[in-house]
Design a protein around this ligand. Sequence first.
Ligand code: ZN
Length: 97
Amino acid sequence: MCDAHPELVRAAGRVGDATAITCPVCEADKVVLVSYVFGPRLPAFGRCITSRRELQAIARRPGSFSCYVVEVCPSCAWNHLARTFLLNPARGRAAAR
Ligand SMILES: [Zn+2]
């Protein structure tokens, strides 16, 4: 997806979830996880998720949303799409959790 997106690297420093994974490229830093959500009424380049609560709020909206979790190295800006999943695969169910 977005290669060395400056916004992605900024997001990594600001809202990234720390991991224990050392960057495979520069080995100078641990990669962090940044989540993006794509779906109706969100920017075409996705919305960077800053908190778990924000993610849950979007999951409650009508429509289908996809979440992309990207591993980003804050040092060298290496990034890698770790996984994608549907935010609300069964709408109306499991929303109470
Ligand atoms: Zn790196």
